[in-house]
Write a protein that binds this ligand. Structure first.
Ligand code: NAD
Length: 253
């Protein structure tokens, strides 16, 4: 197989949250492969440094900043440092999240707020910090990463699913508000994607059986299956697309 390289991304500055591992790392790699300048934040220092070093050695322009996205001041300060280093940001990928399982009856107000902070709040504030760059540049693209979990249903992901479903609402609100500035806002809604974390924690024989039964495609989806449509939605090839949420789940839901 061979894949598109999107010349429109060359020399663009892209910001990715949670870019140190999993789907975020695939997104960072993919943008880097197009010649974009890529800045990302993550709390996982070791894999993030290793990724940034590897891509820099290979000739890419990549900057990693350690920032916890639930700390809005730290997030926006990191975005500022990336802008200073790589130039105005015209592509934003809101990817960071945490799918910790929770028992419905054990959820406290504090835990609820924490889940919203890691799964939703930062996407709003990253957009608030970066939209002015896009307005000044005459346009830009935001890609929010949702989750099909709320469409599939699950007994132990109620708050996560609710927060991730809001990625679609945020997409539609921002698309309407900033379309006049040439800013396109779309959402990719992944199904079950085989990141290392998923493989380590959740891919049991029962999980494998569910994939075989529920997906139209019988292969396991991998992070690049998400990174490629993110590249497309952020590229000039998708110049007429905004306000959309696209499910990438191998046909599960
Ligand atoms: N893997 C899947 O099956 C799946 C399914 C549906 C949706 N998604 C969505 O895809 C996106 C990526 O998921 P993933 O599976 O790659 O997750 P992951 O847990 O493998 O990676 C998430 C990354 O975000 C970072 N991160 C977590 N909390 C952070 C914080 N507070 N501050 C900064 N960085 C933080 C982690 O260190 C990690 O590098 C998420 O938005 C997730 O909701 C994933």
């Amino acid at each position: 197989m061979s894949f598109a390289t999107y010349p429109s991304h060359q020399n663009r500055t892209v910001f990715v949250s949670g870019g140190g591992s999993g789907i975020g790392a695939a997104i960072v790699r993919a943008f880097c492969g197009t010649g974009a300048r890529v800045g990302f934040v993550d709390i996982a220092e070791a894999p993030s440094r290793a990724l940034a070093d590897e891509l820099t050695k290979a000739g890419g322009t990549v900057r990693y900043e350690n920032a916890d996205v639930t700390d809005t001041a730290a997030l926006t300060a990191a975005i500022g440092r990336i802008r200073d280093a790589l130039g105005p940001i015209t592509v934003l990928v809101n990817n960071a999240a945490h799918d910790q399982r929770h028992d419905f009856f054990a959820v406290t107000p504090a835990y609820f707020d924490e889940r919203i902070a890691v799964n939703l709040k930062h996407a709003f504030f990253a957009a608030q910090a970066i939209v002015p760059d896009m307005q000044a540049a005459g346009g830009g693209a935001i890609v929010n990463i949702g989750s099909a979990s709320y469409l599939m249903g699950s007994d132990d992901l109620t708050v996560y699913g609710a927060a991730k479903s809001a990625a679609i609402g945020l997409t539609r609100m921002l698309a309407r508000q900033f379309g006049k500035d040439g800013i396109r806002v779309n959402c990719i809604v992944p199904g079950w994607i085989m990141t290392q974390r998923q493989l380590d924690l959740w891919v049991t024989p029962d999980g494998e059986r569910q994939i075989a039964e529920r997906q139209c495609l019988k292969r396991k989806l991998v992070p690049d299956d998400i990174a490629r449509p993110v590249l497309f939605l952020a590229s000039d090839e998708a110049g007429g697309m905004t306000n959309q949420s696209i499910i990438v789940d191998g046909g599960w839901v």
